[in-house]
Design a protein around this ligand. Structure first.
Ligand code: ATP
Ligand code: MG
Length: 529
């Protein structure tokens, strides 16, 4: 290694500027080998395909802007100069994507092109492409999105309009004045790219950062602590944590960064925030994370702050319990890393699978079910999933509950029930002998339903429908979420009473505007091992 960095990255000077030792370089080679064995990297040919897809999307974007510009009365020359540019964010931009990753893509357009144009004109252009395999537009999402599969690659497309007449290819999004006069949806759409671009600008050696982040993402997924919605750090938060360690050891190699990651973060004095640069002020009337000013920000237990204006806390979902779980995993990592560096353990040990389903004596199973379509269940279970954190927070209030640990993944099933009674009991989470139960892929089932709506019937759909009809059975979808409980029962009163948190949770779920008591059901059950 001859790259020696002296510039200060971040809010403090580095801890060490030492270059890697031979031993560290050898450990790093083993790490890369292990990541390859784990299937973390995709082939060069696949990566080339991604580059081609992005090239095609860039020309489509220019055609889109030009078409709209001409529709609005511009000359052909002016319309061509209006430009349009694509940016990426997410794992692709960070360089940590694997074979199954999507490409998160932002389309930036000048001020005379609207979001409606994106869903109308741009969508039509996409539909004309022979490379298009699948397309689904969600214009009323929190961040309006078109999801496509293009040449076999999944791409999420979002659009942002800037208050400038032209968007040249040379445009970058780092200037915060570009955020002036934008609506909330445009601001949200720009945020992902602005944050990832900043993270990459703030790390000393990109390649060291990328390999270390690949390892940390794999570790966090294996240990089941990767999920923003369940109260753990998500992709951006893990990226910022790794980036901060890279700043503190600017000349270190990935293997060393990973070891320091565990050691520094186990000793971090939370809730002191992790920041990649000082928080900036800016031109908008928007809130920037500030615990001195805003009481909710003081409640953040492990704040990790995004570097691009307006800075936000990426980990506001972390609860007392998930913090304990994360800290436990970081400690495990610190111990293992010492052994790995000494040759007593291997990288494979670091990436070992979690033991969530063996760890506790008590579990809660939350059943969200629908007697309807997969599409309805997808919406209902998604809503219930977003409320699991509230249930966890309420459980934490109960004296005898020391820890309420939500599992990061849900389990989807389809049941074919003989009668009403059986359907009701299945929806309540009972295991029924008579009912036929199969594991379900809700996304796929919902897609199949949609295709059927277009007059086409897929094989899978026909099979499941026929099975249900032939046997005159009622179809019930269930999604199960698990929460592990650590309990310290009062010797005088050996009952665990969770009625209050459950009731509150039921009420919250049932107040969902689309809730229909004939279709949706929610139920929490105790499981004791
Ligand atoms: P993968 O390799 O699995 O695609 P990823 O890090 O790219 O991993 P995505 O799920 O594709 O993860 O999300 C990419 C980015 O989109 C996130 O980093 C985040 O900025 C944004 N994002 C995704 N889902 C949400 C959400 N529910 N709320 C807010 N932002 C989101
Ligand atoms: Mg992605």
């Amino acid at each position: 290694m001859n790259s020696s960095t002296t510039k200060t990255y971040g809010v403090t000077p580095p801890i060490s500027t030492a270059a890697p030792t031979e031993h560290e370089i050898a450990m790093n080679e083993k790490l890369i080998e292990e990541l390859k064995r784990e299937g973390s990297f995709e082939s060069e040919a696949e990566s080339q395909k991604r580059v081609q897809v992005l090239g095609k999307l860039q020309s489509l974007t220019e055609e889109f802007v030009k078409t709209v510009s001409m529709q609005k009365g511009m000359s052909e020359g002016m319309a061509a100069d209006a430009g349009g540019k694509i940016f990426t964010f997410g794992s692709y931009r960070l360089g940590v994507y694997g074979p199954g990753s999507d490409i998160d893509t932002l389309i930036v357009v000048p001020k005379h092109v609207t979001r409606e144009n994106f869903f109308d004109v741009f969508q039509k252009l996409l539909r004309k492409c022979p490379e298009l395999d699948e397309i689904a537009a969600v214009p009323d999402a929190f961040v309006p999105i078109i999801k496509i599969k293009f040449s076999g690659i999944s791409v999420d497309l979002i659009c942002a309009k800037l208050d400038i007449p032209q968007v040249p290819l040379s445009l970058t999004l780092d200037d915060k004045n570009l955020l002036r006069n934008l609506d909330e949806k445009d601001l949200r759409a720009l945020n992902g790219t602005r944050v990832t671009d900043e993270i990459l600008n703030l790390v000393p050696q990109t390649i060291v950062f990328k390999h270390a982040l690949r390892a940390i993402k794999l570790w966090a997924k294996r240990r089941a602590i990767y999920s923003n919605v369940m109260g753990f750090p998500g992709g951006v938060a893990w990226a910022m944590l790794v980036a901060r360690i890279c700043q503190l050891y600017p000349n270190a190699i990935s293997a060393t960064i990973i070891s320091k990651f565990f050691h520094i973060l186990t000793k971090w004095s939370w809730p002191q925030p992790v920041m990649l640069k000082p928080i900036e002020d800016g031109p908008l009337q928007v809130r920037v994370w500030n615990p001195r000013l805003y009481p909710p920000d003081r409640g953040h237990r492990m704040p990790i702050i995004t570097p691009a204006y307006p800075s936000m806390c990426a980990t506001h979902n972390i609860s007392a319990s998930t913090q304990k779980v994360i800290m436990g995993e970081l400690s495990r990592g610190a111990v293992l890393m010492d052994d790995i560096m000494m040759g007593k353990k291997t990288w494979t040990d670091l990436f070992a699978k979690h033991d969530f389903f063996f760890r506790y004596k008590y579990y809660l199973a939350v059943y969200a079910s629908s007697r309807g379509t997969a599409e309805q269940q997808l919406k209902w279970s998604g809503m219930v999933e977003s409320k699991i954190r509230l249930l966890v927070n309420k459980l934490e209030w109960i004296d005898s509950i020391e820890l309420a640990h939500p599992f990061v993944k849900e389990f989807d099933k389809i049941h074919y029930c003989a009668d009403d009674e059986e359907a009701k009991r299945v929806a309540d989470g009972e295991q029924m002998e008579g009912a036929t139960t199969v594991e379900a892929d809700l996304e796929k089932a919902a897609k199949d339903e949609e295709t059927k709506g277009d007059g086409e019937k897929t094989e899978a759909d026909a099979a499941s429908k026929d099975e249900a009809e032939e046997k005159k059975k009622i179809v019930v979808y269930t999604t199960t979420f698990f929460i592990g409980l650590e309990i310290k029962l009062d010797p005088k009163n050996k009952q665990l009473d969770i009625q209050w948190p459950c009731k509150e949770f039921y009420d919250t779920c049932r107040s969902w505007p689309e809730y229909d008591e004939d279709i949706n059901c929610i139920c929490v059950r105790n499981i004791r091992k």
